[in-house]
Design a binder for this molecule. Structure first.
Ligand code: ADP
Length: 187
């Protein structure tokens, strides 16, 4: 089973993705974490990504598409995975559809984390105090929200045509939201 967690920055994708992956025994593939690791290790990909990442812009598809393909092709993701943070662009969505399609698989559920913009900003500012992520500056937060609306939100309509989008109210306790997700996917 392949489940995509979609939502604006700060909407709780990572938190719920982790709970879901553990419950279903599936790997969670998180492009943001892969990029942060690459930046920390100073790999060529990390160096290339950093200038976009720090400003809150998307890392170009030319850099990301290979990463996505490699992750989906891993043996651990043969039977399913939780996708967190990608696809984020039309080209990434196409690659995911194509890669899974060639294996006779598809995305089964899209969980759309629904949180007001006010709450998103509040959470990211709070997180900035704790984690010190370089893209949690006020400017980068504003850019990330704009980029989400422009490049990623259109994917909702793309997947809605297939009838696989479930809107998850993203405000409430972590446990409540996890319970709602369990109810939605039926396991
Ligand atoms: P958030 O959803 O809070 O922005 P992420 O960790 O998912 O957190 O993403 C942080 C940053 O990493 C993005 O702003 C972008 O620069 C980069 N990034 C993560 N995933 C992708 C992706 N699939 N395509 C392009 N850039 C990505």
């Amino acid at each position: 089973m392949f489940i995509l967690i979609l939502g604006a920055p700060g909407s709780g994708k990572g938190t719920q993705g982790k709970i879901l992956a553990e419950r279903l025994g599936l790997p969670k593939i998180t492009t943001g974490d892969l990029i942060r690791t690459a930046m920390k290790d100073g790999t060529p990909l990390g160096l290339e990504a950093k200038k976009f990442y720090d400003e809150g812009k998307l890392v170009p598809d030319s850099v990301i598409l290979g990463m996505i393909k490699d992750e989906l092709d891993q043996p651990a993701a043969k039977e399913g995975a939780i996708l967190d943070g990608f696809p984020r662009t039309a080209a990434q969505a196409e690659l995911v559809d194509k890669t899974l399609g060639q294996r006779g698989q598809r995305l089964n559920h899209i969980l759309l984390m629904d949180v007001t913009e006010e709450e998103l900003v509040r959470r990211m500012r709070a997180r900035a105090q704790v984690e010190g992520r370089t893209d949690d500056s006020p400017e980068a937060i504003a850019t990330r929200l704009q980029v989400y609306q422009r490049d990623t939100a259109p994917l909702i309509a793309h997947y809605a045509q297939r009838g696989i989008v479930h809107r998850v109210p993203g405000t409430g306790t972590v446990d409540n939201i996890a319970g709602e997700i369990k109810r939605i996917i039926g396991r």
